[in-house]
Design a protein around this ligand. Structure first.
Ligand code: EPU
Length: 338
């Protein structure tokens, strides 16, 4: 299916109305390989769920919308409590989580309701409520954007970090992930409820021995209570990453701001919530035309209706500057800006 000079508004969760040369919807790996062979890599622009991008201008390229579907259980060698599930890259992430809960496959329940698709989840190693994609990742299949060849990436080869992977660094824009294979539990599940809000909400409901569905339901409830639904208000989830700083820098900062929240990472690094920094800088709930900072979570920038990508980007730069001036910390975008 192709559409000429098509609007990308429906293809990005920020709901930015820019246009592409043409949109090519891809439903199989061979479709994608054919397009890669026909066009030069510089003529193509890949979109999955469109949930991690801010489009500031028209894309004078062929937009390839990855839309392959399907689930396959693979034979799992030794451990009878595990299942290997291969999922097509074009599947919606939350549909995949619900599929797992329906089939009693454990491991992704904490990642409920994250916008985007399965195939783009590894790029930034999506994470929430104490779990990251890398914890359940087995391998992925990817197609080279240069010559259409297929390569399988193991977990080690993906080099996952906090909101980071090889697909954002050394291999940026080199591959399209067409499927992801997950290692999930099939009988005894490891329930992760350390994250304060999950634990408190479960207890408030009188649930002391949660199953994976309970955890998923609670995560959905928490997310809905503070994150805007992209179908109603355009957004891309967390716009910035939480800065990770050294213990020494943090100690100095804490002298000035004793109430600063923080999460130790390993022995010498500290993660500081960017949402707190932005709120302290006075931006929470602020609105400039149709571009704004969400009223319940300052890490999320929103498009109330007709904001342009440039307006949102200007707001992001303003926030970045103010946070730098007040705290001496540089917050960097989590979303890709085009
Ligand atoms: N905070 C504020 N004001 C705000 C927002 C946050 O003061 O407006 C402070 C609070 O102290 C709060 C702390 O920041 O306790 C942490 O907030 P929250 O639990 O909402 O988590 P976060 O660090 O802001 C991260 C992820 C989210 C993920 C949540 C839950 C990043 C960049 N973001 O946000 O991911 O859902 O943890 O695990 O790491 C996303 O990536 O799109 C996303 C939503």
């Amino acid at each position: 299916m192709t559409s000429r000079k098509a609007s990308l508004k429906k293809y990005n969760t920020f709901g930015i109305d820019v246009h592409a040369l043409e949109i090519l919807s891809v439903t199989s790996v061979s479709d994608l390989q054919r397009i890669i062979k026909e066009k030069h890599p510089s003529e193509l622009f890949i979109i999955g769920g469109g949930s991690n991008m801010l489009l500031t201008k028209d894309i004078d390229k062929y937009v390839v919308h990855i839309n392959n579907k399907g689930y396959h259980v693979l034979d799992m060698p030794s451990d009878e409590n595990e299942v290997l599930l291969k999922v097509a890259g074009g599947e919606n992430w939350h549909d995949f989580v619900l599929y797992c809960i329906d089939h009693n496959y454990g491991g992704v329940e904490n990642l409920s309701l994250i916008p985007g698709n399965v195939g783009t989840a590894p790029i930034q190693n999506i994470g929430a409520y104490g779990v990251e994609l890398k914890d359940v990742f087995y391998e992925c299949e990817a197609v080279s954007r240069k010559d259409g060849t297929i390569k399988i990436f193991s977990r080690d080869e993906c080099n996952f970090g906090y909101r980071d992977s090889v697909f954002k660094t050394e291999l940026k824009d080199q591959y399209v992930i067409t499927s992801v294979t997950f290692r999930l539990t099939s009988k005894k599940h490891t329930i992760t409820t350390d994250y304060g809000a999950i634990y408190d909400t479960l207890i408030a409901k009188g649930i002391t021995k949660p199953n994976i569905k309970d955890v998923s339901d609670v995560v959905v409830e928490i997310r809905q209570s503070k994150l805007p639904d992209p179908a109603k208000i355009g957004n891309s989830g967390s716009f910035f990453k939480n800065p990770v700083i050294s213990q020494a820098v943090f100690s100095e900062l804490r002298k000035k701001f004793p109430e600063i929240p923080y999460y130790p990472i390993g022995s010498d690094q500290i993660k500081v919530p960017a949402g707190w920094l932005i709120e302290q800088a006075g931006f929470k709930g602020k609105r400039y035309g149709d571009a704004g900072v969400h009223e319940k979570q300052a890490l999320v920038l929103v498009n109330y209706d007709k904001a342009t990508g440039t307006e949102i980007w200007e707001l992001a730069l303003r926030i970045q500057e103010e946070v730098k001036a007040r705290f001496g910390l540089t917050i960097t975008p989590e979303v890709n800006v085009f």
